[in-house]
Design a protein around this ligand. Structure first.
Ligand code: MF3
Ligand code: CO
Length: 253
């Protein structure tokens, strides 16, 4: 069931989303060669609590292997859900993906960015730029009465035009009262039952784009998704709301 949010709930998500955007900007400042990913998590956690929020990823998932951190920090061939670790050192040239979700005044927003560490290769830069553009192209399709399948088509054609592939094993999602609400939002043309967008739907749109094939593997920790071929992957995510006049991006400052 897709939960339509009230004006009040959207206002709270807007407030939380703006704070989350600010947190992400602060995290970007410490993503430099020599930094470890646990340090990024520590700062994220502190900033979330300072702003009166709670880190919603902490403890998420199955009781036997709950997610242990406030953010996901995934490097290079890792796609998403990388677990922060003090021994994981960021190197010059790395693609660093940070994903963070915050509950603020009862409502959740979710976002992710890919950061370059120092100077990166032109192929890595092209993947980063393309993934960001694919998210933007996808967001342009979002409006009242639009078909959700048009979002996936837009993202996929944007990625394919550059010779890249779209991850199929993970999808975007409704967000707000819970981290993961209906609908599921594939970043590719899928055979899923069509969904027509309505005012007040809040969506976490999150294309994951691979330099090589779309195939993924899950690492030993049971969380980290990585590319099967070991090639690079990039990820951008924003929480958006379908409005009367189109779409509003809640997590961009
Ligand atoms: N943005 C990701 C998602 O929507 C991050 C989830 S991490 C988790 O799936 F630990 F909370 F699962
Ligand atoms: Co998400």
């Amino acid at each position: 069931m897709i939960i339509i949010k009230s004006k009040k709930e959207i206002e709270l998500m807007r407030e939380g989303g703006q704070l989350l955007g600010q947190i992400m900007e602060r995290l970007g400042e410490i993503i430099v060669p020599g930094q470890n990913t646990l340090e990024i998590n520590k700062l994220a956690r502190k900033l979330v609590f300072d702003m009166g929020g709670t880190p919603i990823f902490e403890g998420y998932g199955e009781p036997k292997n709950p997610y242990p951190a406030a953010v996901c920090a995934s490097l290079n061939n890792e796609i998403v859900h990388g677990i922060p670790n003090k021994d994981r050192i960021i190197r010059e040239g790395d693609l660093v993906k940070i994903d963070i979700g915050m509950k603020y005044k009862g409502m959740i927003t979710d976002m992710a960015r890919t950061f370059p560490a120092g100077k990166i290769s032109s192929e890595a830069q092209k993947l980063l730029d393309t993934t960001k553009r694919c998210l933007d192209e996808g967001i342009k399709t979002i409006q009242v009465g639009a078909k959700l399948s048009d979002y996936g088509k837009a993202v996929e054609s944007c990625a394919k035009a550059q010779g890249f592939s779209v991850v199929r094993d993970l999808v975007g999602h409704g967000v707000g009262k819970e981290l993961h609400e209906d609908p599921q939002i594939p970043n590719y043309a899928s055979g899923m039952r069509e969904i027509i967008l309505q005012e007040g739907m809040t969506l976490a749109l999150e294309p994951m784009i691979n330099a090589g094939t779309h195939y993924v593997k899950v690492l030993q920790d049971g969380w980290t998704y990585a590319t099967k071929d070991g090639k690079l992957s990039a990820h951008f995510e924003d929480t958006v709301v379908v409005t009367k006049s189109g779409v509003e991006i809640l997590t961009r400052i």
